[in-house]
Each structure stands twice: as structure tokens, then as C-alpha cells.
Design a protein around this ligand. Structure first.
Ligand code: ATP
Ligand code: MG
Length: 418
């Protein structure tokens, strides 16, 4: 049974590029509707990013109509019936209605169809199964409307069967719940995810990365991540222990500092205590080089950043750079246990906003002038002088700087003689 209701407050449906695409595809026996995430977000009054459109028209007809209207079409997923139309530089994925005939793990063999109910039923969760037509009428064939009102993320159909068709849905379940749901995840959904968890091993690392990084920064990440840990899912994903306490404390620390959520830093709190953790997780999730480095840094001696006085904190900040300093410090904070006084941690975490080191004022020339020859030894003297400069608390006046250069050379030549 379908229960039509109206989507108000969606000006993008009435005019502009979306309206134009719908108008193009409607009529002459065909129908097009906006489907999936865009409808969900519009109803939840969340920003609508990509607008997906479903249509009864076959891909060849979509391309024909676009061409006749002077609209660019790109056959981005033609095998699956998807054509991307570009209107005013907005891309729209237009997919012909389909019915799965067979599924093999992630890959489905599709046949085109003209049935909106079947199209809704193929989708993962009821709140993702709504469609809206050009007149703004919302078509609900799966009970998504009420679930949106209740902020309930439920599988369409039997959760066990839907997961066995596509194990990515396990990760999507927790991510979509974290982003759009309220309270604890749906019980039947959780149980089916636990039942299907071994199937996570069949997913590509890239897809796991994408879902997990989105999950890390979702509004309700704490509850969803706890449910995943309790169900043994994080152990399956990370191949090692998950630290939910530090993860929740990291979210709290970020909020206290007014920092935007950082997916990799949150992942570090959840999965990394030592560098072995970082290496394993980066590999299993195929993180980018930059992400891998950030995660790896978090596994290094973060504990030394607890209880530093300001002078030591400055030296560490200078050595680590702002991002690494903050990541490690916040990890130490998140791991300091419940009920710690946040005041000293906040002081240390905000050091980069209050202070930044000047550039090390000595150059190779300063040491060549003191009789050190070009070559590897020169680098060693420079490093020694930099240590001295840090220990002296970053002085800039000329006399102090020159004295540091003299001391470094004296120490170096003495060490060489020993
Ligand atoms: P977001 O764009 O916020 O990440 P989304 O729900 O829009 O979330 P997309 O990947 O853009 O996610 O998918 C668009 C729609 O396609 C979904 O709303 C859902 O209806 C359907 N969908 C996506 N992935 C799956 C899946 N693995 N199984 C079944 N349906 C899916
Ligand atoms: Mg989307």
C-alpha cells in the first residue's frame, strides 16, 4: 500500500536543475522521481548533497531526451542503467528502475523494470526507500515515512537476508543510524549484523574505509560505535581490539575545544594505542598515505604528552608540528580516564593557538663561518644547536643565538676529540 504525502519546503523540486531533469524525463509514458538519500535528507531538513533520480525510461531513452534538450549525458554506469545528466554543472545520476534477479555477495545481476514498489524494496533501509515525484508527492512503499518521523533505521524486509545479499549493509546500518537515527540502533538490525559479521571479511578495504570514516564523524557515532564493539564487529573490522572509552572521550574533548570532528583522529582514539595498531588498521582499511601517517603518529609515545609544563609542551609542539601535537595530546587526554580535570588538558591542547615557534635562526653559514666544513658533520652541529635553542626556550636576540652557535661548536669539537 502506498500512502502519498507531500514534501513541503523543497524549492529545488519546483525550479532549477532538478525540476528541469524531472520535467525532461516525465511524460510520453515515462515517469521520474527523486529517490533515496535526497528525499530522506529533505524530510529531515538536512542538507541535500547528491540528488539521485529513478525513472521508468530505459537508459537509451534518457540519453535520447537529454540530447534533444541539449543536456550533457555521461554513461557512468550504463551496465546498471545509470546515466549522469549534467545540468548547470550539477550532476544527476539517473537510474532506470530495476529488479535484482540474482545476487552474488556484493554484485547483483539486474534487469530493468517499471515497478516503483520493487525499486523501493531493493534499497537498504526504510528511510532510504522513499521517492518523491515532480509534484512533491512522497511515495512510501516500505514504511519509511513513519521511520523518518521516529528517526528509526530499519532494514527493508528480512535483515538477515538483506545482509547476506550485501555485507556492506552492515556498515551502512550503523553509519546511517549514527547520522540519521535516534537512540539505540534497531534491535533486529543489530542481531542480523552480528549474525552476518563474518561476511565483513569479503568487503573491499576501500569500501570499509569510506563507510568507517563517515561513521567516525556522524552525529551519533558514540552510540553506533559502542553497539558495533559490543557485537564483535569492530574486532572483525580492525583485526584487533577497539577502544570505545577513549573514542567517546575523544568526541567529548573535541567538543570541549570547539574543534570540528576529525575522522582520522577519532579513528586513532578508537583503534590505536601502539604503532602496531596503526599499521594494521591502515592496511585493513587501505588508508591514504596522509591518513596512515597521522594514525601512525598517534601510536607513538602519546603518553609523554601528559602533564607537561609549558616549556616542554612548546618543545614537543615545535618537534611534532601543530597537527601531530594536537592528535597525540588529545589521545593522551582521551586515555587519561574518566573524571580527569579538563582544565590542564585544554591549556595544553590550545597551546598552538596561543604560541607558535619562530623559525630556528641559525643557518649552515653560521657554522661554516666557525670553521665547520660542508658535509654530514655540518648537519649534526646544526641539530645540536637546534637542541640548545629549544632548551633555552627559543631565544631570538642576537647575542643569545650566537652564544648557542658557539656552544654547539664547542661541544661538537670536544665530542669529536673524545
Ligand atoms: P549518503 O549519500 O548520505 O552517504 P545515501 O543513503 O544517499 O547516503 P548513497 O550511497 O548515496 O547513500 O546511496 C543512495 C541510495 O541508494 C540510498 O539512499 C539507498 O536507497 C540506496 N543504496 C545505497 N547503497 C545501498 C546498498 N548497499 N544496498 C541497498 N541500497 C543501497
Ligand atoms: Mg547519497
Amino acid at each position: 500500500m502506498s500512502t502519498p504525502r507531500v514534501l513541503s519546503d523543497a524549492p529545488w523540486l519546483r525550479s532549477g536543475p532538478t525540476a528541469r531533469v524531472l520535467e525532461l524525463l516525465n511524460g510520453h509514458g515515462e515517469e521520474a522521481r527523486v529517490v533515496g538519500g535526497a528525499v530522506r535528507n529533505a524530510l529531515l531538513k538536512r542538507p541535500v548533497a547528491d540528488i539521485d533520480i529513478a525513472t521508468t525510461a530505459l537508459p537509451s531513452e534518457v540519453i535520447r531526451r537529454a540530447k534533444a534538450a541539449g543536456i550533457k549525458s555521461v554513461p557512468t554506469g550504463i551496465d546498471h542503467g545509470t546515466v549522469t545528466l549534467v545540468v548547470d554543472s550539477h550532476p544527476f545520476e539517473v537510474t532506470t528502475l530495476r529488479e535484482d534477479t540474482e545476487t552474488f555477495g556484493r554484485k547483483a545481476v539486474v534487469a530493468f523494470g517499471r515497478d516503483w514498489v520493487r525499486d523501493a524494496e531493493r534499497r537498504d533501509f526504510t528511510i532510504n526507500g522513499l521517492s518523491v515525484d515532480a509534484a512533491g508527492v512522497v511515495h512510501d512503499h516500505v514504511g519509511g515515512w513513519d521511520d523518518i518521523a521516529a528517526r528509526r533505521v530499519r532494514f527493508i524486509g528480512d535483515p538477515h537476508a538483506r545482509i547476506a545479499e550485501d555485507y556492506l549493509r552492515i556498515l551502512r546500518f550503523f553509519r546511517i543510524h549514527a547520522a540519521y537515527g535516534a537512540g539505540e540502533p534497531d534491535r533486529a538490525g543489530i542481531l542480523a549484523c552480528i549474525g552476518g559479521r563474518a561476511g565483513l571479511a569479503t568487503l573491499s578495504a576501500e569500501r570499509v574505509r569510506m563507510e568507517m570514516l563517515k561513521l567516525m564523524v556522524a552525529e551519533g557515532a558514540a552510540v553506533a560505535v559502542q553497539a558495533m564493539a559490543d557485537g564483535g564487529l569492530l574486532l572483525q573490522i580492525f583485526g584487533g581490539v577497539a577502544y570505545t572509552g577513549p573514542f567517546i572521550a575523544m568526541i567529548a574533548a573535541e567538543r570541549l575545544l570547539g574543534l570540528p570532528p576529525d575522522p582520522v583522529r577519532r579513528l586513532g582514539a578508537l583503534a590505536v594505542a601502539v604503532t602496531e595498531d596503526a599499521k594494521r588498521v591502515a592496511l585493513r582499511m587501505r588508508l591514504t598515505n596522509a591518513e596512515t601517517k597521522a594514525l601512525d603518529s598517534m601510536g607513538h609515545r602519546w603518553w609523554r604528552l601528559a602533564g607537561m609544563d609549558e616549556a616542554i609542551a612548546r618543545r614537543r609542539l615545535y618537534r611534532l608540528g601543530e597537527d601531530r601535537y594536537r592528535d597525540r595530546l588529545m589521545l593522551a587526554w582521551a586515555r587519561a580516564g574518566r573524571g580527569v580535570d579538563p582544565a590542564p588538558w585544554r591549556e595544553l591542547a590550545t597551546l598552538p593557538t596561543r604560541w607558535s615557534a619562530s623559525k630556528f635562526p641559525l643557518k649552515a653559514a653560521d657554522f661554516i663561518a666557525r670553521g665547520i666544513a660542508q658535509g654530514p658533520l655540518l648537519g649534526q652541529v646544526l641539530a645540536l644547536a637546534e637542541d640548545g635553542w629549544l632548551a633555552a626556550n627559543f631565544p631570538l636576540d642576537e647575542a643569545a643565538v650566537q652564544a648557542i652557535a658557539d656552544q654547539a661548536v664547542a661541544r661538537f669539537t670536544r665530542d669529536l676529540r673524545l
